[in-house]
Design a protein around this ligand. Sequence first.
Ligand code: GDP
Length: 298
Amino acid sequence: MFDTLQDRLAATFKNLRGKGRLTDADVDATAREIRIALLEADVNLSVVKEFVNAVKVKARNAEVSQALNPSQQIVKIVNEELTEILGGQTRNVRFSKQPPTVIMLAGLQGAGKTTLAGKLATWLKREGHTPLLVAADLQRPNAVKQLQVVGERAGVHVYAPQPGNGIGDPVQVARDSITEAERKLYDVVVVDTAGRLGIDAEMMQQAADIRAAVQPDEVLFVVDAMIGQDAVNTANAFQEGVGFDGVVLTKLDGDARGGAALSIRKVTGKPIMFASNGEKLEDFDVFHPDRMASRILG
Ligand code: GDP
């Protein structure tokens, strides 16, 4: 994960080893290298600029430290700034005081929504909840079946339209699922919605209609981290068309660069709440900005 960035930053810090103190020239050279490393990682340009400036200001104002040498000082500053652009604090799910809590998943086809539904359900169960998965993706013929398979694997019930009733109305399915959850005492409802391969007005409208119908406590925008900065453009389109409260990054295991992860929080203003890093149900966790920053720094 983020191998190139990791290597580049490590090389930058190595150049500072053995220095007694940080000169302005050292700070400038380091800032330049960090800038290149972030641009190569496909981080959004405005995020790069803000990041590099913050590092420069902090490095210039850093007190001469007895405890940290210049290289360690820069690592500390970069760590703080990485944590900051990744969101600073961990953002937990806001559970409703009046169950069920409704979580809606939105994103492009192939982003990993259905897989995520299973992962989220597994995580919710572990946290002591009783989740219900809802198949409101009626666009793809196989989507309902796929969610049912995922639900079975995760050991959670899936609410889906009855076979033979035609394609069905996803908004109605989503609405009915809330009644079902209230009746059968599921305390969290996870609504999987339809995506398309690209931004599509009809898809957006459907997701917006589902949102209006079920009034979710959390709308999670699910995005494939491997698409780099395109993730930011897609996020902006979903923000405008549907609106969302948090981001789930998927396929981090296959992301060699890191541009999506490092740009999306700053550009959208929305927190990254969860991360997926594999195809198995357990390849998933709450997103902790500080831990991710430390991982990048190795
Ligand atoms: P959806 O169209 O948004 O519902 O996406 P799917 O859940 O069907 O996922 C699309 C593909 O991505 C599937 O082949 C998944 O197995 C795969 N996938 C989902 N999440 C991850 C992940 O975190 N890592 C990897 N490597 N593959 C994933």
